[in-house]
Design a protein around this ligand. Sequence first.
Ligand code: MN
Length: 133
Amino acid sequence: MAGELVLIVEDNDRNLELVQDILELRGFRTLVATCGADGLALAREHLPALVLMDIQLPDFDGVEALRRMRADAATSLIPVLALTAFAMTADRTRFAEAGFDGYITKPIDVRRLPDLVRQYVRPQTPAAHESAS
Ligand code: MN
């Protein structure tokens, strides 16, 4: 069985490589983007089982990227986790209100990451592909 596809949108090379390495080591397939626009394009084209979305990106922020994903029928149901250094209570509330399914704090806890990702990946069902066409 092929591993679930996870899209990582992160403009910090070190974080991007770290997350990608961990997930691939654990059998996930990955796609990477370093700005919001590329992330949205990849999400639409490949319909990943999960998106890990950095908040501070060079073009528009992760909250705006999420808003655009939710507004697009093709990507509206894909789970999205915020990837963020902001871990204060107010920020967590802001991310939940924005519609993120959850969040992962930076620095990345490499031991917890695979289980977190596993917990949120959307099963790849025929219906998931149908809704995107
Ligand atoms: Mn960033």
